[in-house]
Write a protein that binds this ligand. Structure first.
Ligand SMILES: [Zn+2]
Length: 297
């Protein structure tokens, strides 16, 4: 199948054209701000590409397959309710589907390995935290697209009522994403007066050896391991793949693996590094267009 896949995140937007499973062309730009700017950007960015039979967009946030819904307004504002599939169909004249970016990446990681367990959780830790669930060899996105939003679970405080900027803007309070994501790391370390470096800068030598970074990593990786154990208790997983810029850093991955070993044996599940890297969403979406339940060819 000749298809176009998009990965539209808060930071970057990438497009890939595929022919018979082979990558023909790839383009990438910083994501434009609000919905009108994004649509204008897509029209420009996708013009002149090879002909395709369908298009699939992996998007940050919650999607029912047609519209983009926003959970965390601090990360992407102005897209909530955007009928992106309809816009893409009008723009390209072919059928379009949307999938959450972590769900698309989960499917890509599952399809990329012959030995993938049939019950698999993919967790990405970068600016935010997302996840995708594969059960019985099928991607489970849920009827509203909420399945796998691990980053907005684990809140210890009652939702609502917090001052803006003092808790996750999804409304649940101190979610996993609020405590253990790259944006949380940058915010927490800045609050200690240690400067305004990004998580990426903190995780590079020599800053990664700073005691405050070590303390933060201990807490964050324990929180991620606990969230994975919760998912395991709910779904009875056979394996977990950790991805994302922060999640793939050896210190983060090893921290999660160590924290997992400290849990009671029944709640442990093997955690390995994801393999596809930053193009997991583009590749996963291409696989999903081929494999989706209603695919006719
Ligand atoms: Zn949240």
């Amino acid at each position: 199948m000749d298809c176009l896949t998009l990965d539209i995140g808060g930071t970057k937007t990438a497009a890939a054209w595929w022919q018979g499973g082979l990558l023909l062309q790839r383009r990438e730009e910083p994501t434009a701000g609000d919905a009108p700017a994004l649509l204008e950007q897509l029209a420009r960015m996708l013009s002149g590409g090879p002909p395709v039979q369908c298009v699939g967009a992996a998007v940050t946030g919650v999607t029912d397959g047609r519209r983009v819904g926003v959970l965390n307004r601090q990360m992407i504002g102005g897209w909530d309710g955007l009928p992106l599939a309809e816009h893409l169909e009008q723009l390209l004249g072919v059928p379009a589907w949307l999938l959450n970016d972590a769900q698309a990446a989960a499917w890509g990681e599952y399809r990329a390995r012959a030995d993938a367990p049939a019950d698999l959780l993919f967790v990405t830790v970068s600016t935010g935290i997302g996840a995708g669930i594969v059960l019985d060899g099928r991607l489970r996105s849920g009827s509203t697209g909420l399945a796998g939003h691990l980053g907005h679970g684990g809140a210890r405080a009652a939702g609502g009522g917090q001052a803006p900027g003092s808790a996750c803007s999804c409304g649940r309070g101190d979610c996993l994403e609020w405590r253990a994501s790259g944006s949380a790391m940058a915010r927490d370390l800045a609050a200690l007066g240690l400067g305004l470096r990004s998580a990426r800068a903190w995780m590079a030598a020599p800053h990664q050896d700073h005691p405050a970074v070590q303390d933060w990593l201990d807490r964050a990786t324990r929180a991620v391991a606990e969230a994975i154990a919760d998912a395991h208790a709910l779904l009875d997983l056979h394996g977990v793949l950790l991805g994302g810029g922060l999640g793939l850093h050896p210190r983060f991955l090893q921290g999660v693996q160590r924290a997992m070993l400290a849990l009671p044996a029944r709640f442990r599940v093997p955690v390995d590094a994801a393999r596809l890297g930053p193009d997991a969403g583009l590749r996963g979406m291409a696989c999903w267009l081929q494999d989706r339940p209603d695919a006719s060819d």
